[in-house]
Design a protein around this ligand. Structure first.
Ligand code: ADP
Ligand code: MG
Length: 594
């Protein structure tokens, strides 16, 4: 057991404290019930002994009213045990359900406060997914509950039961403990076997899930049916499943043999305990009633031991890995930075900016310097993967872990909280969202800090040339929720309206045009330039017909700023831009957009 910040013990303590804090009085009630359950179990064993004793003595003493009293006490205790057990279950599910909501809120807030570039890192995304699963399965709460109950229920149970057994014979508690050691060791070994299995199976299961999705998911079905991928994926799926089952079967067999061998040892322990009991009864050290009650209680005690060991250890090892992962994520560094007043008349200035994505070895940007003045329209062009989107994310303050210097609206983007920078910036990105909400919400979601401004919504929809006649502001835009779906082109216009709705001094259009042809894109960008006339704007594209009208054109090539100038200047230069222009000119031949 390590004692560092993420060692088992400190995580157990941290998780339990949080659980208790979040559950408040309910948590205290749960522990009280746990103590009562433990006491009721011991009381039940003692009452059974009394009852049996009363029966064996009835012949000699004829004390029927005592027998009835013993019977009633026993019945009362058994009833209490059932009620308490139900109450315990109820409290556990109630608390872990409401705690899950609270933990989930903390988790989502945390994700919201992490730097945007973190989300580009696939290992981080994996960890976040596992943390989410851990919350959804209520693992945090169950784990805390088990740990806390170890302290209350099991300790109280073993102290009270041990005390009772000790009074019968000092050797009895000892025998019990000794016979459980193999059970604990066995569980530990089993746990290791299963953790190994889980590690082996996890990637296989992900793969298998993916194949299954390619077969049944809506997004895939057209391709898999039409292009005949069904058989292919189905075969892969079946093969994956077979390997999974084989692995599991091998492990289960190993575990079963282990369990059988250890079971024999435990069984021998039980035999020795019974022999001692028998001896004590023969020699009249304990009553027949005590023999009977302990005899029946033994199997109960054994199953309780088994339960503790298996829930705390075998499930625990799986859970603790998840819980540690959760807290590591919760401790990740958040975006920080000072407040301040942004002044967008000062534009955006980037000096010698280089950037590498987390987990990547190749730099996405090298030494880029660029100034964007108030009121300018800058076009960023370049082939796919040349670094256009990365540059835009840095110029807007989304990423702050670059080398070099970026001053946005007079504020150093590394020192300033992104919220200060975002106040004046809006954008429409390549993979804009199609929210399953009403038209009104789909637009106003870009500026939720203000009250919804309906006339502004109508205005921006008009500006963006959103002209779908069959919907009004309250129409639900999702067939899944009994609403209507829009065509790709209308969604695009809606996304632009959303970008315009947000109060901004700067607006970015980063290729939200993938679904339309070059001519239509050029038409849309020309129109966009008209509607953002007095604002600063950046338009990003790899299709040059759209950018002729920009005040300046920035040409990106393999992460470097290759050329900068107006359309005419760049053509005259006969460099990268001129070559791209020559290659693309035929796209626009029959149109009047350029
Ligand atoms: P563009 O927008 O010009 O198509 P990007 O800025 O998206 O180009 O990408 C620039 C480079 O950074 C590319 O080589 C791309 O492969 C790489 N890149 C983009 N996103 C990531 C990421 N999440 N992780 C690692 N590399 C990335
Ligand atoms: Mg891009």
């Amino acid at each position: 057991m390590k004692l560092d910040r993420y060692g088992v013990l400190s995580i157990v303590v941290r998780n339990s404290v949080q659980y208790f804090k979040k559950a408040k009085l309910w948590g205290a009630a749960e522990q009280c019930v746990a103590v009562l359950r433990a006491l009721a179990l011991t009381a039940g064993i003692i009452a059974t002994q009394r009852f049996f004793d009363a029966i064996t003595e009835i012949g000699s003493k004829n004390n029927y009213s005592y027998l009835v009293r013993c019977l009633l006490t026993l019945a009362f205790i058994i009833a209490a045990q059932h009620i308490l057990s139900g109450l315990g279950q109820y409290l556990l599910s109630k608390i872990s359900y409401s705690n899950m909501g609270k933990f989930m809120t903390d988790f989502q807030r945390k994700l919201g406060r992490l730097p945007a570039e973190t989300f580009e890192d696939t290992t981080f995304l994996d960890k976040a997914e596992r943390a989410k699963e851990c919350l959804e399965y209520e693992s945090l709460g169950h784990f805390a509950s088990v740990c806390l109950q170890l302290l209350t229920y099991y300790i109280v149970l073993f102290v009270s039961l041990g005390h009772y057994l000790f009074q019968l014979s000092p050797i009895l508690p000892f025998v019990l403990i000794v016979s459980f050691i193999p059970a604990i060791l066995g569980q530990l070994m089993q746990m290791r076997i299963f953790v190994k299995l889980e590690n082996e199976n996890l990637p296989l299961r992900r793969q298998s899930e993916y194949y299954k999705k390619t077969i049944v998911d809506r997004k895939f079905y057209k391709e898999t049916r039409m292009l005949g991928g069904f058989q292919f994926f189905h075969k892969l799926f079946i093969e994956g499943l077979q390997t999974l089952t084989q692995n599991t079967w091998k492990t289960e067999r190993k575990a079963a043999i282990l369990k059988f061998l250890l079971g024999i040892i435990t069984f021998l322990g039980l035999g020795v305990s019974i022999l001692i009991l028998f001896q004590l009864t023969i020699s009249n050290d304990i009553s027949v009633g005590a023999f009977a009650s302990v005899f029946t209680a033994l199997s109960q005690i054994f199953s309780i031991m088994d339960e503790i060991v298996s829930t705390c250890l075998s499930q625990g090892s799986e859970t603790i890995a998840q819980v540690v992962n959760f807290y590591r994520l919760m401790d990740m560094e958040e975006v920080s930075g000072a407040g301040g007043d942004s002044d967008f008349t000062k534009g955006i200035v980037a000096e010698n900016v280089s950037f590498t994505y987390p987990g990547s070895s190749k730099a996405a940007l090298h030494n880029v310097s660029l100034t964007i003045n108030k009121g300018e329209t800058i076009a960023i062009v370049g082939e796919n993967g040349s670094g256009k989107s990365t540059l835009v994310r840095i110029l807007t303050g989304l990423y702050s872990t670059y080398d070099g210097k970026v001053i946005i609206a007079g504020q150093d983007s590394k020192m300033t909280h992104p919220d200060v920078l975002y106040t004046g910036i809006s954008g429409v990105f390549q993979n804009y969202q199609r929210y399953k909400m009403t038209l009104e919400e789909n637009v106003s979601i870009s500026d939720t800090k203000q009250a919804v401004d309906y006339s502004k919504i109508n205005k921006v929809l008009q500006k963006a040339e959103f002209n779908e006649k069959k919907v009004n502001l309250q129409s639900m835009l999702s067939p899944e929720y009994n609403g209507v779906d829009l065509s790709g082109g209308q969604w695009q216009r809606l996304a632009i309206a959303r970008g315009l709705y947000r109060n901004h001094s700067f607006i970015i259009l980063d290729e939200p045009t993938a679904a339309i042809d070059p001519i239509e894109e050029a038409r849309l960008y020309n129109h966009f330039k008209q509607i953002v006339k007095n604002k600063s704007s950046i338009i990003v594209t790899h299709r040059l017909g759209s950018v002729r009208l920009a005040d300046r054109i920035v040409v990106m090539d393999q992460g470097k700023l290759a050329e900068i100038g107006t359309h005419e200047e760049l053509l005259a230069k006969k460099g990268k831009y001129a070559a791209m222009w020559q290659a693309q000119i035929k796209w626009y031949e029959k149109s009047d957009v350029i």
